[in-house]
Design a protein. Structure first.
Lengths: 232, 326
């Protein structure tokens, strides 16, 4: 029995030696990786400590050279133009400015929705509080808007108008917390583009529209009840 | 032997039997327990050898010699990286016929990336999921993506109550929507459990994977409390004309089969100063991204002025990903 025991142990040793030999390449790689990792981490630490004096100089360069790109906010192109539904007596059709009609019409300051009108603007959905049309539209300059104090503001500066009431959103917008953005987060490398209020919100019906989900991952978490067959 | 014995003439049968037995099976002549045990262990040894070698044989089938010999990303010299990237680009060219540009984007000194999502605004439309899918060259058949949007009942932040299979018109009145992707934790459990250190956290906070060092054990996938990691069960299938050629070694290059992948905050974009793809795709403007070390950044203003939450705070993972309400 003693012989058998020694034989067994000898065989185990031989097998182990065989496996070690086989895996030698791999094992050495792994060992190196661990020591190498430590070395790399150290070098990274030393590199960052070395580059510390450089880091403050970078913003200085940025401030001395005005290389910061702008945050570009999209603006409306100008006063809206209304598409004519029918042709005029001369047979012409096309787009007309608001002032085409409104310069010769007396404003009604009571109107709150298109339903109260007997012609034009029919079908315009209005759902923006209890505002009257002339709360925002300018009765004296119909191709412009007006602020609450009565002063004129151009359509291109519509955000000034919205911000009168929606100050919290305006503040958030200034700090990127409302309205989204595109382009660069790092303005020293490139510009950033942002939408204005009416790109996303219809001023007459400002609630953000409902959307339909178009894209769904088909992974095992979202296949309810279906057996996942991608295991091999 | 028995057949020989039967066919041979009687009389010298025993003699023939004995002499033939000696010649044909000499090993058994002095058979003892010792030789039997020796033989048994020799067989065992040979079997162990074959078993030990078989992974190497498999590896040889699937990988080139250069790929097999490639070392850990952190140990690659600049020259090594150049060669590795050249090889990877050539492989893509050969397999897909597409010229891709694989860069080695390193962290920008003085940056720590942080993400925030406005849950008051997010409506669960899933455009971010789709943008991630395209940007990161995910498998088209499975619509794979690093982002999962959970439809949540109002009044809880418990992910277990979320549902990812919602569809149709959103948002629904009694729900809110919680997009979940890698939180780039400051104490990442996924990094701790990796047995080969194929995943690690970089200086700008992004947790990355060396797809060529990952052994596919999936420990990290199990360790992540946010279900943020994905395993490549098969080679991702992307039509050649849809492959995003702006790639990075640690980010959206085409991943090999059998490795784990994850959101990298689009480091192939963000380390070049650009915004992540999911943010640019968001039609509601719910997503904000930036450098938390910059005191004038948008993200800092949000963290200082909004009601900010983190997911599964009690686990101590310290996410670099925040959710806020207006």
């Amino acid at each position: 029995m003693k012989r058998i025991a020694s034989l067994v142990s000898a065989a185990v040793v031989v097998t182990a030696a065989l496996m070690v030999l086989l895996c030698l390449d791999d094992t050495t790689l792994r060992d190196h990786s661990h020591t190498g990792r430590d070395a790399v981490t150290q070098s990274v630490v030393s590199a960052s400590s070395e580059s510390n004096p450089d880091t403050p100089s970078a913003p200085e360069q940025a401030s001395s050279v005005p290389s910061r790109h702008a945050v570009l906010i999209r603006r409306p192109e100008g006063p809206p133009l209304i598409e004519l539904a029918a042709a005029d007596p001369q047979g012409r059709s096309g787009k007309v400015a608001c002032s085409t009609c409104h310069s010769v019409r007396k404003p009604n300051f009571q109107t709150r929705s298109a339903a109260a009108l007997d012609e034009f603007h029919q079908g315009l959905t209005f759902n923006h509080g209890t505002l009257t049309c002339y709360a925002c539209h300018n009765p004296d300059h119909s191709d412009a808007l007006r602020l609450a104090d009565g002063s004129k503001v151009e359509y291109r500066d519509v955000m000034t108008l919205c911000s009168q009431c929606h100050a919290a959103q305006a503040t958030s917008f200034q700090h990127g917390a409302h309205g989204g953005m595109n382009g660069f987060w790092d303005l020293s490398r490139g510009p950033q583009r942002k939408n204005n209020c009416i790109d996303c919100h219809d001023p007459h019906e400002p609630r953000f529209p409902k959307m339909v989900v178009g894209f769904k991952p088909r992974d095992r978490f979202s296949e309810a009840g279906k057996e996942h067959d991608d295991h091999e | 032997m028995t057949t020989t014995n039967d066919s041979s003439p009687t009389g010298d049968g025993s003699q023939v039997d004995g002499s033939q037995g000696d010649r044909s099976l000499p090993v058994l002549q002095h058979s003892s327990r010792r030789t039997a045990v020796k033989g048994a262990f020799a067989t065992l040894g040979a079997a162990a050898f074959v078993a030990a070698v078989s992974p190497l044989r498999q590896a040889a089938k699937q990988t080139t010699a250069a790929e097999f010999m490639q070392t850990h990303y952190k140990r690659l010299t600049d020259e090594d990286k150049r060669q590795v990237i050249e090889r990877l680009e050539a492989e893509v060219k050969q397999e897909h016929g597409v010229d891709v540009d694989i860069a080695d984007d390193r962290p920008i000194p003085g940056t720590k990336f942080v993400y925030a999502i406005n849950l008051s605004v997010c409506n669960g439309n899933g455009k971010c999921v789709e943008a991630c899918h395209k940007e990161n060259n995910h498998d088209r058949a499975t619509n794979q993506s690093y982002i999962r949007v959970l439809e949540m009942p109002k009044g809880t932040m418990d992910m277990e109550h979320g549902n990812t299979t919602y569809s149709g018109v959103v948002p629904k009145d009694d729900k809110f929507y919680l997009p979940v992707q890698c939180q780039q934790c400051d104490e990442p459990p996924c990094v701790d459990v990796c047995p080969v250190k194929a995943t690690w956290k970089e200086e700008d906070g992004i947790v990355v994977v060396d797809y060529n060092w990952c052994i596919g054990c999936r420990y990290c996938e199990a360790a992540c409390p946010y279900h943020a990691r994905r395993f490549n069960w098969k080679q991702a299938e992307v039509p050649a004309d849809e492959i995003n050629p702006d790639q990075s070694y640690l980010s959206n290059r085409l991943r090999p089969v059998g490795v784990v992948e994850k959101c990298t905050y689009c480091l192939h974009r963000t380390r070049r100063g650009k915004l992540p793809a999911c943010l640019e795709a968001c039609p509601t403007g719910a997503r904000v991204f930036g450098n938390i070390l910059d005191p004038d950044s948008n993200i800092r203003w949000i963290l200082e002025n909004k009601r900010v939450y983190i997911l599964k705070e009690e686990l101590g993972t310290k996410p670099a990903f925040f959710y806020y309400f207006d």
